[in-house]
Write a protein that binds this ligand. Sequence first.
Ligand code: 13P
Ligand code: SF4
Length: 349
Amino acid sequence: MLTSLSVDEMYQNMKVALKDIVPDVELRYKAELAVEINRLKKEKNAVILGHNYMEPALYYSIPDFKGDSLELSRKAAQTDKSIIVFCGVKFMAETAKIINPDKIVLLPSEKAGCSLAASITAEDVRLLKARFPGVPVVTYINTYADVKAESDICCTSGNAAAVVESLKSDTIIFIPDEYLAKNVAQETGKHIIFPRLYSGSTNTDTSLDYQMIGWPGRCEVHEKFTVDDIRSIRQQFPDVVILAHPECSPEVTSASDFSGSTAAMIRYVEKTNAPRYLLLTECAMGDNIAAANPEKEMLRLCSVRCPHMNQITLEDTLKSLQNNQYEIEVPEEIRVRAVKSIQRMLAIG
Ligand code: 13P
Ligand code: SF4
């Protein structure tokens, strides 16, 4: 158990995985922080959930559970610890609080937001529902509690198509990620429109042939990847296998060899034996996969870090446990409505 390691044991452990990725002097210092965090975690009966995008030294030292948004939501729903420290971004910590109103949920940095969550408000959803009455709303988990409260069901990148298909509805509102929505539309054979993009259009367009209604939110990390990036890498390395997160554009996911959630990409690399891989996603995850699969070559396109995930450090996680900061609060009136959309998603499996 990493939780009971001495500083030297922690340093040796981290060194095995990260010797080619994190400078030695940094590893020693971070091992000390990690041991103190793990000691406090035990003392305070806390659990640490770590998203796959956490920086390598944190990822390989303190989380009790690591995973994608879906897996971590499930862990949050199952924990019996009294404190949940979420090493991820605010919408993830908020999701944990919505499921666990009686527990203390901490996010180590107040600055850990998300461009997708910031792209839509609860009022936007109410307007969409007024314009398309009776159409069920599927909301990506990368949203805040008040938006989830207006929704019928949540989804993550790991289950989006399954959630859409589970509704068996002729038409679905799918918010707020434009690219994820287009990728799901492609996968499920549905025609999608983006009504906010058509200025002046009114409810009369309900006669058109469409099955999904989207919203133009984007992930500021994944929108950066282009088909030209893929062409140029394939020219230089014809045997490369390219994996893209479904928050990338449909042109990029179509030009890639595999598209899936962060956890699905990790499993894909583990289960296949290509000479080299390129991941079109947040760069820290590339380092984390490279550390776990030293025999496989991971190409680096450039360093695309999520500025929000990047806020979560070992230093701030220690302060978070020491001072119980930053505590996530969700007004009860919003929480009781939001929890239904999360529970409905978790019930799908
Ligand atoms: P996953 O659910 O695939 O982990 O994605 C979360 C996220 O924020 C991707 O940018
Ligand atoms: Fe949000 Fe994109 Fe960062 Fe994920 S990578 S937290 S979707 S901004």
